[in-house]
Design a binder for this molecule. Structure first.
Ligand code: IDP
Ligand code: CA
Length: 472
């Protein structure tokens, strides 16, 4: 848990307001031409022909300026939990401290989709997060500070009707309780491409890569609970040849304009292939005999996901790495017909690879399971690993029964223990057979990214906040 300290500046409102009032005539004469000149200077170098002004093409929620500081409040309504992030940017769009931290980050479980039949209660689950956010934004700036809510795979999977009811309840709550600047179209289900693009912006921004050529940027994989995203930059000439997506699928390409540079981003989000959703797919793919080759010996039970129930009992001989792997390959539909040059899995174009994907930053559940399986330090922000590390860990885990696994992996939550073999096999197979990563290729698992003298969460909300802050 972070500390929330009161920002300097709160409480000076009256004095400042008095002074502004007294000198308003002088201020107008001095500031009006200055503002005009700065506007011209700001816009001039940022307008190459044809490039969009809004870096991510979003809704234009302008972050608020305090001096040259701008705050933005972003809610991440993830499938397994809700989180709030508050960021503060200076005039150069660099992050500045909020009290002693560089970001306010608070999280809560479960996510909105756990309240599928009670939209009001879903919205109420955000109240404590709203309160925490309010504590760090100075009172006089709150009504000008935009709050956005992005829901991901959990609400996507609920379908339009139920998710819209929940979003409406959240809009009502923000209007009545948040005191932040809110707008109905700032509370949405993010499409998978948007989520992947924001995550790519977050990581590349924090690493100082934005403004450099596409080949200097890093590729990003984000394994959530409900969906998994792959995003990386490719050369313009390749982007022009990108296949058109199938009916109902999102476009493979997204054009971003950031720090004076245009990027052509390949992004795909695979719904139902987040770690928790994939368990259901794996159980469906491999459950022919009423048991699963991926569930640890000694476990008899059912797995509940997205309102459905799946048989999840161990085979008589317990879990097996190789048989579980075969089930995962089936669940991934690795052999599905590919109508493009090259596919990842399920007939989806792989983007063609290249320099923007060479250096991979891999986030969310990849980090968490690697830490729980004990092959990376859970207190580190980043860790270098290879896909083969997941393979080795999986081979070890698949040999255990539930009791031995509980004592071998004390960091694994009790509910997750029967699935530790399945999760690790899935992660290895997703990387190698799904995304085509070489088992020996080094990649970076990332939880937080070092930035200035602090660490920032490696998650999509910062990308959204950058869009908000740069569109003012
Ligand atoms: O802000 C964050 N910081 C670090 N990890 C995060 C953050 N947001 C999500 N995660 C990781 O993602 C995992 C679950 O993803 P989430 O609930 O967001 O599913 P979704 O993206 O499929 O909706 C969490 O267990 C956690 O490891
Ligand atoms: Ca997520």
């Amino acid at each position: 848990m972070r500390r929330y300290s009161q920002l300097p500046g709160a409480g000076r409102q009256d004095t400042l307001a008095d002074r502004v009032h007294r000198y308003r005539g002088v201020l107008l004469v001095v500031l009006a031409p200055l503002a005009l000149v700065s506007l011209v200077l700001l816009l001039m170098p940022r307008a190459p022909s044809g490039a969009a002004q809004r870096p991510l093409g979003g809704g234009g929620a302008a972050a608020v300026a305090a001096g040259d500081k701008k705050y933005a409040v972003i809610f991440d309504a993830g499938s397994s939990g809700s989180r709030v992030h508050v960021f503060c940017f200076d005039g150069n769009l660099d992050l500045v401290h909020i009290g002693t931290d560089i970001e306010l980050f608070v999280q809560k479980k479960p996510g909105l989709s756990a309240f599928a039949n009670d939209p009001r209660e879903a919205a109420q689950s955000l109240v404590s997060l709203i309160e925490k956010a309010k504590e760090v934004v100075p009172a006089e700036l709150r009504d000008q500070t935009p709050v956005r809510v992005g829901a991901t795979a959990g609400l996507r999977a609920l379908g339009a009707g139920k998710s819209e009811e929940i979003l409406q309840a959240v809009r009502d709550l923000l209007r009545e309780k948040s005191s932040f600047k809110n707008q109905p179209d700032w509370v949405t289900v993010l499409d998978g491409t948007q989520e992947g693009a924001y995550e790519w912006v977050t990581i590349n921004y924090l690493l100082g890569k934005l403004g450099k050529t596409y080949a200097d940027t890093v590729g990003v994989v984000d394994l959530g609970g409900g969906s998994v995203q792959m995003a990386y930059a490719i050369p313009e000439k390749d982007a022009e040849k990108a296949p058109k997506p199938a009916d109902g699928e999102e476009s493979y390409m997204k054009k971003l304009f950031l720090k004076g540079t245009t990027y052509h981003l390949y992004v795909h989000s695979y719904l139902r292939y987040g770690l928790l959703a994939a368990r259901a797919e794996i159980l469906k793919a491999g459950n022919a005999n009423g048991y699963s080759n991926c569930v640890l010996a000694g476990h008899q039970g059912q797995y509940k996901y997205g309102g459905n129930i799946f048989e999840a009992s161990a085979a008589p001989s317990g879990s097996s790495f190789s048989e579980c792997r075969a089930d995962v390959v089936k669940a991934l539909k690795v052999d599905e017909a590919c109508t493009h040059m090259k596919c990842s899995f399920g007939g989806i174009w792989n983007g063609g690879g290249g320099a923007g994907q060479k250096n991979l930053f891999v986030a969310s559940f990849f980090f968490d399971r690697a830490a729980e399986a004990g092959f990376i330090n859970s207190n580190a922000a980043v860790a270098k690993v290879k896909p083969s590390d997941f393979e080795e860990a999986a081979k070890r885990a698949c040999k255990l029964n539930v009791n031995d696994a509980q004592s071998s992996y004390p960091a694994v939550q009790k509910d997750n223990v029967p699935y530790i073999c399945m999760d690790l096999v899935y992660q290895y197979t997703l990387l190698v057979d799904g995304f085509g990563v070489d088992p020996q290729q080094e990649m970076t698992l990332v939880k937080k990214v070092p930035y200035s003298d602090a660490f920032v969460e490696a998650a999509w909300p910062l990308g959204s906040a950058i869009e908000v802050a740069s569109s003012s």
